[in-house]
Design a protein around this ligand. Structure first.
Ligand code: MD3
Ligand code: FE
Length: 210
C-alpha cells in the first residue's frame, strides 16, 4: 500500500521465522561490541528509545565508525544477509524490477521501544544520499506518524505498524518528517522471541566512504 509517493507499507512481509532470526541477531548486537543504550541528546536529555547501530554509529547528528558517545568501540559490521534482506525489501515494495539494483545499505539502526517509549517528529538527514530507507518492525504494534517534508505538524497520516511489517521510504518521501507517538504494549506475538516491547530496524545508505 502506497501511503504517499515513494512510501510503501507491506504488512506482514516477514514471516515468523524471519522475525525470530532478527530477534536473535539483535539480542547479540544489543550486548556488544557497543551496548544498546538510550542516546544522549545535546540538550542534556535522553531518548526514550534504546538504539544500537551496525556499520556506522549514529549519534546526534552524525555517523562515525566508533561509538563516540558510548564506549568508543568500533561498531559491528552490517552482515551480508541483512543487506540482502534490505534488497529484497526494496524489490518487494516497488514495482520497478530494477528498483533494488545496487541497493547496498551500509548502516542499520536498531531501535527498541518499551511501552512508554516515543520518537518525536523528525527528518533523517544525516545521510548524504537519497537512497531509500527500509524499516522492519517486530513485536508490539505502534502508531507510526508519516508527515510532510516541510514541518513537524499536519498534514500527516497515522499508520498502525505490526510485527512483521515492512515500510520503504524513497523518492519524495525520503525526507518527510516522521515519528512514533505511541506503542501498544502486549500486542506482539511472543512466538517471535520478544516477550515485550517493539524492535525496529532501519537500513540506510550513508554515502560516507567505505
Ligand atoms: C520516513 N525510526 O530511526 S521507522 C529512525 O520505528 C526512525 O523506530 C522509527 O524514525 C522507528 O530514524 C520509524 C520508519 C522510518 C524511518 C526512517 C524514515 C520512516 C522514515 C526516513 C524518512 C522518512
Ligand atoms: Fe527517522
Amino acid at each position: 500500500r502506497e501511503v504517499a509517493p515513494g512510501a510503501v507499507h507491506v504488512p506482514g512481509w516477514l514471516d515468523l521465522d524471519a522475525q525470530r532470526r532478527l530477534v536473535v541477531a539483535c539480542r547479540g548486537w544489543a550486548r556488544g561490541p557497543v551496548p544498546m543504550r538510550r542516546t544522549e541528546l545535546p540538550g542534556g536529555g535522553r531518548m526514550s528509545v534504546s538504539t544500537v547501530c551496525l556499520g556506522w554509529h549514529w549519534s546526534p547528528y552524525r555517523y562515525t565508525r566508533t561509538a563516540v558517545d558510548v564506549n568508543d568501540a568500533p561498531v559491528a559490521p552490517v552482515p551480508a544477509w541483512l543487506a540482502d534482506l534490505g534488497r529484497r525489501a526494496v524489490a518487494a515494495a516497488y514495482p520497478d524490477p530494477r528498483a533494488a539494483d545496487g541497493y547496498d545499505p551500509d548502516t542499520v539502526l536498531i531501535n527498541f521501544y518499551t511501552g512508554d517509549a516515543r520518537m518525536g517528529m523528525h527528518q533523517d538527514k544525516d545521510e548524504r544520499t537519497d537512497a531509500p530507507i527500509v524499516s522492519l518492525s517486530v513485536g508490539d504494534a505502534c502508531t507510526f506518524r508519516f508527515g510532510n517534508p516541510r514541518n513537524r505538524g499536519r498534514p500527516y497520516t497515522d499508520v498502525r505498524l505490526e510485527s512483521g511489517d515492512l515500510f520503504v521510504f524513497g523518492g519524495p518521501s525520503r525526507f518527510a518528517y516522521h515519528g512514533v507517538p505511541r506503542v501498544f504494549p502486549s500486542t506482539g506475538d511472543r512466538r517471535t522471541g520478544l516477550p515485550g516491547g517493539r524492535l525496529n530496524l532501519t537500513m540506510r545508505t550513508t554515502g560516507l566512504d567505505a
